[in-house]
Design a protein around this ligand. Structure first.
Ligand code: AMP
Length: 116
C-alpha cells in the first residue's frame, strides 16, 4: 500500500486552496508552481496521494505513464518548443518538500547541468 497523507496538494485537488490550474482529468492535475524557478514552472501530480516516487507500486503502472504523457501535453500547451527539464525530487536528499508525488516542468530558459 502506498503511504498516504494530507498535504497542500490534496487541498488544491479539492479546491480548498487556489492554484493556477493548467490541466486536469480524472487521474492527474497540473498547476503553476507558486515559486517559479524558471519562466515556465508547472507541476503535474497524480490525484492519488502517493507520497513520493518510491511509494509508487506496480498497480500504479498506467498512472505513472499517464503522468509522463501529461508532462508532454502540458509542456506543449505551454509552448516549450525548444525543450524543457523534467524533475522529480524523491525524498529528503533530493530536497522534496511536499510529500505528494509531483513532477516539475521547468522551461523558458537554458538549463544548466549538473543541477544543484
Ligand atoms: P519539491 O521541492 O520537489 O517538493 O517541490 C514542491 C514544490 O511545490 C515547490 O516548487 C513549491 O514552490 C511548490 N508549491 C508549494 N506550495 C504550492 C502551492 N500552494 N501552489 C503551487 N505550488 C506550490
Amino acid at each position: 500500500m502506498s503511504e498516504t497523507t494530507e498535504t497542500i496538494f490534496s487541498k488544491i485537488i479539492r479546491r480548498e486552496i487556489p492554484a493556477d490550474i493548467v490541466y486536469e482529468d480524472d487521474l492527474v492535475l497540473s498547476f503553476k508552481d507558486i515559486q517559479p524557478q524558471a519562466p515556465v514552472h508547472i507541476l503535474v501530480i497524480p490525484k492519488k496521494p502517493i507520497r513520493k516516487l518510491d511509494n509508487a507500486e506496480s498497480q500504479d503502472h498506467s498512472l505513472m505513464g499517464h503522468l509522463l504523457l501529461t508532462v508532454k501535453r502540458v509542456a506543449e500547451q505551454a509552448g516549450l518548443k525548444n525543450g524543457y527539464r523534467v524533475v522529480i525530487n524523491n525524498g529528503d536528499d533530493a530536497g522534496q518538500t511536499v510529500h505528494h508525488l509531483h513532477i516539475h516542468i521547468l522551461g523558458g530558459r537554458q538549463m544548466k547541468w549538473p543541477p544543484g
